[in-house]
Design a protein around this ligand. Structure first.
Ligand code: AMP
Ligand code: MG
Length: 406
């Protein structure tokens, strides 16, 4: 049985090449740039005032207070102003061009208008260059402002708009299909017989994908039947990534691995020292990647985050799509039988200058209800059987950690 770290190494050494597509800049939100974007002009395009006030020559306002003649105004979008002569001031607004001859802006609060506004009284001095953003100080024509590989958020969208990059190259999203396996499964809108349960994994996994901005094609429930599994798998292999749940354990009716063999898939691992989720299978056929996740709902959820997310994130062009980790203080004694790295549901909160990790009750890897109370999992190292209260443990945050409320 391989470790979680070995499984990740195998996953990352089996990634296909990335595809690139061109999208309108607003559609690039959350995507990863597949090209360098350069500044198409200087920003600011002119020496720009950072204040509402008066443009002056700093050397004119050394001895204050002093009255200066007001030589017109410069306002944003009002054209380029005329030049300023020594002894003059020009009314100026935030974002407006600095007139030639001025080298500083005095905030309006440090001035007083005199009688008919033809003069202004300057109350304090100002250093040369103060309150001026020089031309090109934020970006110079030709400079790479957003490098290839950069993930696009709202600020990046603003930069694209600033430079008129309305069509941009990003990494294409992988296509993903999901199906659930199990003779016992019915859909959410059906009434299960006493020996049946409703399929929840397909919907949990689709939601986890949606948190990654990916939409999956859901192919339905497949019976524990080799032929049916085979034809559904063939359909699923149309997509870049196929995710299957259930049917990967050692039971008499767990046929998923057999069908992988039937279809000539290369099985890269089929057992990982992780709890929950030991029977996780990863396979490939050419550039297609296939995950067989265990059927137990928490196992499916956790193995998705540990193994599927790192792969899908990289296929989207991200370099570190893993869920964030941090350390915190365990608030209760915890035991386990060693041998597998365990991901235990926890509520993590900031308290008295540190992260506190409250382990949550859960009955088994099937107890998805227990898992709804968690905002993180803490990691129980595989070589330990006991973690005492007060121990510093590693935490893996769930994707909606910051949004979860108690
Ligand atoms: P399996 O991995 O097929 O052996 O299933 C392990 C456990 O998970 C069994 O109790 C199944 O009934 C349950 N299970 C399998 N698939 C699903 C599913 N799609 N939704 C909810 N529970 C499931
Ligand atoms: Mg099953």
């Amino acid at each position: 049985m391989i470790s979680v770290e070995e499984a990740l190494e195998i996953l990352l050494s089996n990634l296909p090449g990335l595809r690139i597509e061109t999208v309108r800049f607003q559609a690039a939100l959350g995507r990863v740039l597949a090209e360098d974007l350069v500044a198409t002009c200087d920003i600011p395009p002119f020496h720009r005032s950072a204040m509402d006030g008066y443009a002056v020559l700093a050397s004119d306002v050394v001895n204050v207070p002093i009255e200066l003649e007001v030589a017109g105004e410069s306002r944003a979008g009002g054209g380029m102003p005329g030049a300023l002569k020594a002894g003059q001031a020009m009314a100026i607004m935030t974002g407006a061009p600095i007139p030639e001859g001025a080298d500083a802006v005095l905030p309006v609060e440090q001035t007083q208008t005199v009688a008919d506004c033809r003069k202004v009284k300057i109350l304090t001095g100002v250093k040369a260059h103060e309150n001026i953003a020089p031309r090109g100080s934020e970006g110079q024509t030709g400079q790479v402002v957003l490098p290839c590989g950069h993930r696009v958020g709202p600020a990046e969208i603003a930069v694209m708009a600033t430079f008129g990059h309305y069509l941009v190259k990003v990494y294409a999203k992988p296509s993903v299909a999901i199906f659930a396996t199990g003779d016992e499964l019915v859909e959410f809108d059906q009434s299960p017989r006493t020996d049946q349960i409703r399929n929840s994994n397909a919907y949990c996994l689709s939601s986890q994908l949606r948190y990654m901005d990916l939409e999956a094609d859901y192919l339905g429930i497949v019976r524990d039947d080799r032929e049916e599994l085979r034809s559904k798998m063939l359909a699923g292999l149309d997509r870049d990534v196929l995710i299957i749940t259930g049917g990967v354990s050692m039971g008499e009716y767990d046929f998923v691995r057999d069908v992988f063999d039937d279809l000539g898939l290369e099985i890269l691992f089929s057992k990982v020292a992780i709890k929950p989720g030991k029977p996780t299978v990863f396979a490939r056929k050419g550039d297609k990647l296939i995950f067989g996740l265990p059927g137990n709902p928490i196992s499916a959820l956790v193995t998705f985050e540990c193994f599927v997310r790192p792969v899908l994130g990289r296929l989207c062009g991200m370099t570190s799509p893993e869920l964030p980790r941090m350390k915190g203080e365990l608030l209760g004694d915890m035991r386990q039988s060693p041998g597998r790295t365990a991901y235990m549901p926890a509520w993590v909160s900031w308290d008295a200058g540190g992260w506190k990790v409250e382990p949550l009750q859960w009955k088994s890897s099937a107890d998805i209800i227990g898992f709804t109370r968690a905002n993180a999992t803490f990691i129980f190292p595989k070589n330990r059987d006991f973690l005492p209260r007060g121990e510093t443990v590693e935490i893996m945050l769930l994707p909606d950690f910051f949004a979860r409320q108690r």
